[in-house]
Ligand binder design. Structure first.
Ligand code: SF4
Length: 80
């Protein structure tokens, strides 16, 4: 059966998951407007050759050094 009405198709798989994402986000920078909007968060950090908070263990995340270099150092040290 072809579904012609989105309301009949259940939850939209592409709807924003911000409320759920915020619950599991480990970012300690509370005023950030991108918190839970992972697509914007990733794009923002990639523009600066960085990764989002969730790529770092909590102690490393709290340094706010989200650079590729910091991530690579942690991987090299088997801390990720
Ligand atoms: S990782 Fe960066 S962009 Fe993402 S919520 Fe934290 S401060 Fe905001």
């Amino acid at each position: 059966m072809e579904i012609t009405n989105r309301r009949d198709a259940g939850p939209d798989p592409m709807e924003c998951k911000k409320p759920r994402n915020v619950d599991v986000c480990n970012c300690s920078y509370e005023p950030c407007p991108r918190k839970g909007v992972c697509c914007d968060c990733l794009a923002y950090h990639l523009r600066s050759r960085e990764l989002p908070a969730c790529c770092f263990p909590d102690a490393a995340e709290r340094t706010y050094d989200r650079s590729f270099a910091h991530f690579a150092r942690l991987v090299s040290a088997n801390k990720i």
